[in-house]
Design a protein around this ligand. Sequence first.
Ligand code: HEC
Length: 158
Amino acid sequence: MKRVVIIGAAVAVVALVQAAGAAPKPAATVKVPPLAIVEGRHAAMMMSSSAFGAMRAQANADDLKRAVRPAQALNLWAKAIPGMFPAGTNVAPTDALPAVWTDRAGFDAAAQTYVAATAAAVQAATANDKTAFAAALDQVGKSCSACHDKYRKAEEKH
Ligand code: HEC
């Protein structure tokens, strides 16, 4: 009986190793149309506004637990931002300024500030710390506008 289990486990390990070997090539070979990336950015940025609004609506709640999820969502998106602006995606109808690509270090730093601000919001909401949460909301809002000011076309221009 024991031997059957051991053989079963060995077969499972071999199957896993084979499955790993058959795994698709690294993501660098995946080609996504630039327009799909622009649309994905627009969708995620619009959802960022909803998530941020949901967080603000909870700022005075007795329990900040409903703010945790939207804060986590913003934090995940903040981490994804640099990868969502690859070279070749400065195409219509993007509202990103060329500075995203010509001042890459500055853009990535703006995304990093946003990562830190949203992480602080997750932490404060999880700890139900209202003072820290209010401060984090302020920092998140500032990080949105700091990046938009430098890297997104002004809204009145279109
Ligand atoms: C690191 C830079 C950066 C940060 C931080 C950032 N954004 Fe953006 N955002 C952009 C850029 C660049 C665009 C234009 C993207 C495009 O058109 O391809 C954009 C576009 C948008 C849009 C317009 C989407 C559309 O459909 O045209 C909204 C809404 C938006 N952002 C909301 C937010 C909110 C809310 C936050 C913060 C909670 C935020 N953004 C944080 C860079 C940033």
